[in-house]
Design a protein around this ligand. Structure first.
Ligand code: RIB
Length: 279
């Protein structure tokens, strides 16, 4: 079983399932309201656990009732939360999400306690792989990049400025199309693998601009795309940490990401390994 450490965010997702996404300045009514556990770090941790890894999450929540709601599925899913700190006087991270009938979404995050995940809170990591994203302080990610010696993956979401040393160190960088455009030529600093997702389109895995593998996600009737990218990232790392070759690992990640769109909510839709139909 691969041992994976996830350094990242925990949020409570407050979701409006709406008849359409609002344009700037527009009010859309008629939505259904839901609360789901979320946060890119938490989603990736639970996805990796459900796909068969032994997972520890390094994160921060506030000392509020929201934290219990946000951590509920991680606890039930047997993710190790020993290093999930509770910070007094701040709120647990919260995401406001609108989801349209075709599964597309708009997300606004209030990071709250996620801002408190400093490098001092991360002990020496004993894992085969580390997964980071960018909803926690980038200095923390930079420190982990310097000190961790195993498979180091960074999911560059949400897109923001980071130290080039993170890109230079990463064995695997994961971006969606929008993030790939945002980072542009700076991704040339990566000498590890770069995985790019394109929604329902083909995902690619490249190294130094050379194509290593390409895979088409299975066609699905998406209900909610929230968490699909997190699931793709977790699945790719689980497969690579298990020693699967790049093409098979990418196909596994595409199948997992597509499966994560089939139900409302980030964490309720994360697939179990047995749910994925692969040859
Ligand atoms: O990637 C999806 C996640 O982004 C949501 O769960 C939300 O919390 C935001 O962090």
């Amino acid at each position: 079983m691969a041992r994976i450490a996830v350094i990242g965010s925990v949020n409570l997702d407050i979701v409006a399932q709406a008849p359409k996404l609002p344009a700037p300045g527009e009010t859309v009514t008629g939505a259904e309201l839901h609360h789901f556990p979320g946060g890119k770090g938490a989603n990736q941790a639970l996805a990796a656990r459900r796909l068969g890894a032994d997972v520890s999450l390094y994160a921060c929540v506030g000392d509020d009732a929201t934290a219990d709601e946000a951590l509920a599925l991680l606890r039930a899913g047997d993710v190790n939360l020993e290093h999930c700190g509770v910070v007094s006087g701040v709120t647990t991270g919260t995401a406001l999400i609108a989801v349209a009938p075709d599964g597309e979404n708009h997300i606004v995050v209030a990071p709250g306690a996620n801002r408190e995940l400093t490098a001092e809170r991360i002990p020496a990591l004993h894992a085969d792989a580390v997964i980071c994203q960018l909803e926690v302080p980038v200095d923390t990610i930079a420190r982990v990049a310097q000190t961790f010696e195993g498979l180091f993956c960074v999911n560059l979401a949400p897109a923001r400025h980071i130290d080039v040393s993170i890109l230079q160190r990463a064995d695997l960088v994961v971006v969606n199309e929008t993030e790939a455009d945002w980072y542009g030529g700076s991704l040339a600093a990566c000498h590890g693998m770069v995985a790019t997702t394109r929604g329902a389109g083909r995902a690619t895995l490249e190294r130094d601009g050379e194509l290593l593998a390409e895979a088409q996600p299975p066609a699905v009737d998406a209900v909610d795309a929230t968490g699909a990218g997190d699931t793709f990232t977790a699945a790719l790392v689980v497969a690579l940490a298990e020693g699967q070759p790049p093409r098979r690992a990418l196909e596994f990640a595409c199948a997992a990401g597509a499966a994560a769109t089939l139900k409302m909510g980030a964490q309720p839709s994360l697939p179990m390994r047995d749910d994925l139909e692969l040859d």
